[in-house]
Design a protein around this ligand. Structure first.
Ligand code: S6P
Ligand code: ZN
Length: 191
């Protein structure tokens, strides 16, 4: 048995930056334009102002083995595409029985969840919120504030990520700006 060495990563709460990230992923509008309900608004932004960073993930690199506990930060920039607030792609875990914990570091967001049998849940998160995504729930985060929304995630290494189901069907609920604040609405394009 060769023991892996313990380690500590410093996390900047305002930006989500890790002291030595194993990986950094940037998702731009062009990577997910079709996920926004108002696809015409997405096309307009791409044509008029060019591509836009929507969110960034910084994580530690760990082997995808049972018992490993990957963790990362996500920073979602403020903004909207049409009326819909900036958000992550969202996913189910490939192994549906694996849950996850999110911890709010800065800013303000909504955690939008749903099950394959039609239940939905939308939870508000601020700095200091520990949110639990139970097994079987797809999850997406949305920045509903004027500053970056940053949170920390912890999950089990073999959970895996199923993005395809959400890319195909979408989420049942959208978070849009109405009268200057966030409103949870039905997604007219949900299949
Ligand atoms: C991983 C966890 C988060 C997301 C991240 C980006 O299981 O749920 O770290 O990966 O917030 O979202 P997405 O949907 O692009 O993976
Ligand atoms: Zn996840």
């Amino acid at each position: 048995m060769r023991y892996m060495q313990p380690f500590v990563t410093e996390v900047d709460f305002a930006s989500g930056a890790l002291s030595s990230p194993g990986y950094v992923i940037q998702r731009k509008l062009s990577d997910m334009a079709a996920m926004y309900a108002d696809e015409a608004a997405a096309s307009r932004i791409l044509a008029q102002e060019g591509d836009r960073l929507i969110y960034e993930v910084q994580g530690v690199e760990l082997p995808a083995e049972e018992g490993q506990i990957p963790h990362c930060t996500t920073r979602i920039l403020p903004g909207r595409v049409g009326a819909e607030y900036h958000m992550t792609k969202g996913h189910y875990h490939a192994r549906r029985e694996q849950g996850e914990v999110y911890f709010g570091l800065s800013g303000r967001g909504y955690l939008v969840m749903q099950t394959e049998s039609g239940e939905t849940s939308v939870q508000e998160m601020v700095a200091g919120s520990a949110a639990y995504v139970p097994p079987y729930w797809a999850h997406r985060t949305v920045n509903v504030g004027d500053e970056d929304f940053v949170f920390f995630s912890v999950w089990e290494a073999r959970a895996g990520h199923d993005y395809g189901t959400i890319e195909r069907d979408g989420f049942r609920k959208l978070v849009v700006m109405r009268d200057g604040g966030p409103l949870v609405a039905d997604n007219p394009n949900y299949t």
